[in-house]
Write a protein that binds this ligand. Structure first.
Ligand code: NAG
Ligand code: NAG
Ligand code: NAG
Ligand code: NAG
Ligand code: NAG
Ligand code: NAG
Ligand code: NAG
Ligand code: NAG
Ligand code: NAG
Ligand code: NAG
Ligand code: NAG
Ligand code: NAG
Length: 446
């Protein structure tokens, strides 16, 4: 018996990992168990234990069943190659009770991944979250407890994820938390539901408490935020991004927790296409006091902090409900939403070269809190036309016959670079389902 067979034999006893020196190659249990969906998580865990320092982990070109949580953290100098399919089980009761906490909003994750000097290469393989089961179970609710984030990068430094494909994410597809210098390149996410229920909360990429981030070349098809820079995201560059469906790219939501201020600085979104979405390029903060919000399933508001030096540039928007937005009461469900009370300061936000079409008769709604009117809000080279106007049709169901640009509490408003032809009301909605009338409001449900 040569050493290779010996290694294979000994590792087979514990799971199917072929360990040659510092390289661990994974094969699925289903190859032994006649195609049954036997859980591969233990052998995956074992491969990272054996080869997670100065090593290489290869998922061979096979179907892997992941029926239990993965915690592959504290890696050091590791290269991961994903050549097969990782099919996460749709055992919803299991994930609801076992997924790993990520603290933020009491959310959880199915896979916690991270370390120092780590690369993850999708080489023809992909992550299959079995999302349809989750979309059906979720029934269009928001932030349903225990619905796991697909892939979370945690406590990491110098980490690259290239060519990751996430098909049918359970919830947010990717999340970067407590990390520094993390890049996602050539990311593909497709959350598409084939039932009557939507893909609410299937964000493409979210970041929290992380610095020095890159997202380059991403295609994200989703029912919620394409990219969301949550609290304490600094120095994020997101470029060459295609977003379809959902709610565009955003700073936020932030200001949810009074105990922890959020500082979001030096963020650039560049060369972004947003198609058939509710929002385009926007900033969303919570209002100034804490309230229970049924639609978000959470308490929130009262947080302070600062959004500073954010640039949205070179955007093409195609049929977007609210192309440009700054809201300081984004989840408040009250009729008086309290946008005027937010404690979160917003400064130096620029929208440059923003072109395209809006679904309704509104191009922008920019509302800064009465507590902190915003300095340095600038618009340059903005050309948005309503879909109707671009088709030569009149505005409908409304008493306003021109494109609306709402502004409230912008310092030096005359020089912002947009017409500011209507005041933004303090109870504007993140979601609108009709044209805006002279009150500045639209229907906020379908
Ligand atoms: C990993 O490699 C580094 C050098 O790159 C070395 O200092 C360290 O001892 C190695 N660790 C192990 C467990 O081999
Ligand atoms: C994840 O694994 C690390 C060891 O790498 C351990 O310290 C940590 O407690 C684990 N976390 C959870 C939630 O199991
Ligand atoms: C990570 O890689 C960098 C650059 O190659 C190197 O300077 C650093 O020592 C590595 N970190 C660890 C913990 O090995
Ligand atoms: C950042 O991480 C990348 C890997 O994605 C690495 O090549 C680069 O050296 C890191 N930068 C620094 C400053 O360590
Ligand atoms: C996204 O998934 C849906 C449903 O599976 C599929 O019809 C569509 O072709 C996919 N889009 C892309 C770009 O792969
Ligand atoms: C669920 O939400 C989606 C997307 O927002 C919508 O298209 C769909 O009609 C909603 N389903 C029901 C049953 O209300
Ligand atoms: C992103 O795409 C552009 C255009 O296809 C390409 O030139 C560039 O190398 C890609 N970037 C990465 C990091 O793969
Ligand atoms: C802009 O992004 C798109 C992907 O959405 C890419 O095809 C194109 O090459 C990018 N343009 C530049 C100038 O990088
Ligand atoms: C953000 O950073 C600030 C300052 O470092 C800190 O006080 C605050 O607690 C952090 N917020 C979060 C959400 O961690
Ligand atoms: C603003 O952020 C960009 C990166 O997004 C950075 O290049 C620039 O230097 C920052 N400007 C200031 C004044 O901090
Ligand atoms: C923002 O960018 C500027 C210029 O590069 C830098 O001096 C500053 O430290 C950055 N701010 C943060 C919070 O990283
Ligand atoms: C604005 O875009 C429309 C098409 O979307 C185009 O017809 C019009 O010429 C553009 N206006 C300017 C000033 O570029």
């Amino acid at each position: 018996m040569n050493w290779w067979f010996l290694a294979l034999w000994t590792t087979l006893v514990k799971g199917w990992v072929v360990n040659e020196g510092t390289t661990c190659t994974l094969y699925p249990e289903s190859l032994i168990y006649k195609g049954q969906a036997v859980d591969d998580a233990p052998s995956i865990q074992q491969a990272f234990d054996l080869c997670g320092t100065n090593g290489t982990v290869i998922f061979s070109e096979n179907l892997f069943h992941v029926n239990s949580v993965l915690n592959t953290t504290n890696l050091l100098n590791v290269d991961v190659h994903l050549r097969g399919e990782l099919r996460f089980s749709s055992n919803i009761p299991y994930w609801r009770t076992h997924a790993i906490s990520v603290i933020l909003q009491d959310q959880v994750t199915a896979w916690l991944f991270g370390g120092t000097n780590v690369t993850f290469h999708g080489e023809g393989g992909f992550y299959n979250g079995n999302g349809q089961e989750w979309y059906n179970a979720n029934r269009n609710q928001s932030n349903q407890p225990g619905r796991p984030i697909s892939f979370t990068v945690y406590d990491s430094t110098n980490l690259l994820v290239d060519n990751l494909r996430v098909i049918g994410p359970q919830f947010w597809a990717t999340f970067v938390w407590d990390s520094k210098n993390v890049s996602f390149t050539n990311l593909f996410v497709n959350a598409t539901s084939d039932s009557e229920w939507g893909t609410m909360n299937c964000d493409g990429y979210d970041s929290w408490k992380s610095d020095d981030l890159l997202v380059e070349n991403a295609t994200i098809i989703t029912g919620d935020d394409c990219i969301a820079a949550k609290g304490n995201t600094t120095n994020l560059l997101a470029k060459n991004i295609y977003c379809e469906g959902g709610t565009g790219v955003t700073i936020g939501s932030i200001g949810q927790y009074a105990e922890t201020p959020d500082y979001n600085m030096n963020i650039t979104f560049q060369n972004v296409t947003v198609k058939n979405a509710m929002d385009g390029a926007y900033v969303k903060t919570w209002q100034g006091s804490r309230t229970w919000v049924p639609s978000n399933g959470d308490y929130g508001g009262g947080g302070s902090g600062l959004v500073k030096n954010v640039t949205f540039k070179d955007f093409e928007l195609i049929n977007v409900g609210l192309p440009i937005q700054l809201s300081q009461c984004v989840y408040s469900d009250n009729s008086d939403k309290g946008c005027n009370t937010s404690k979160l300061a917003v400064e130096d936000v620029k929208w440059q070269n923003i072109h395209g079409t809006s679904r309704f008769n509104i191009a922008a709604s920019v509302y800064c809190s009465d507590v902190h009117p915003c300095p340095g809000i600038e618009f340059e080279n903005i050309n948005i036309t309503s879909v109707n106007a671009s088709l030569g049709l009149p505005y409908y169901d409304t008493d306003v016959d021109h494109l609306i640009w709402q502004c409230t509490n912008l310092l030096d408003q005359k020089h912002t670079g947009i017409p500011c032809n209507q005041a933004a009301p303090s109870n504007f909605s993140q979601w609108i389902y009709s044209n805006v009338d002279h009150t500045g409001l639209a229907r906020s449900s379908a």
